[in-house]
Design a protein around this ligand. Structure first.
Ligand code: FES
Length: 156
């Protein structure tokens, strides 16, 4: 797809072509396409001149590979040790209660999918999560309720 090539080239121009650029580029692809296809990963590897295995590994690490249909808003809660110690479990429980789904599931209206991911680089402000490409940090149960309320008002 030529549009995919364009998109990846634009993202690489914006974020650079190093290993550190991979996460923002993958996030950019998710934002536009709602998923990272195999074709997109191959193109990222070509554009950044790195191995497809590295791109695939990074996408897997951050659970950006969509094997199933996902909701419009994909929540990725950090499960890595710092966030875990800072109360990730309570945040996960709150999210599951609010959305009435378990980890890995999508709400019936296809609004939310709830996933876990590895360290997002916000450890000093954990617990942290992404909703699509937006990062939310220093989460508490109350803050999570507010955030979910905001997303409930958005279009799907
Ligand atoms: S451990 Fe959660 S952001 Fe790093």
């Amino acid at each position: 797809m030529p549009e995919m090539k364009e998109l990846i080239k634009d993202l690489a121009d914006q974020h650079g072509r190093t290993r550190e650029s991979l996460l923002p580029i993958l996030q950019g692809i998710v934002k536009e396409e709602r998923q990272v296809s195999e074709e997109a990963m191959t193109e990222v590897a070509r554009e950044l001149d790195m191995s497809a295995a590295l791109v695939y590994g990074t996408a897997t690490f951050y659970s950006f590979l969509d094997t199933e249909a996902r909701g419009k808003y994909v929540i990725r809660l950090c499960r890595t040790i710092t966030c875990d110690m800072k109360g990730k479990k309570e945040i996960l429980d709150t999210l599951q209660q609010l959305l009435k789904i378990n980890l890995g599931e999508t709400t019936k209206d296809n609004r939310f999918t709830l996933l876990e991911t590895n360290c997002l680089g916000w450890c000093h402000k954990g617990p942290a999560m992404l909703i699509n490409e937006e990062a939310y940090t220093e989460l508490t149960a109350d803050r999570v309720s507010e955030i979910i309320d905001e997303y409930m008002k958005k279009e799907i």
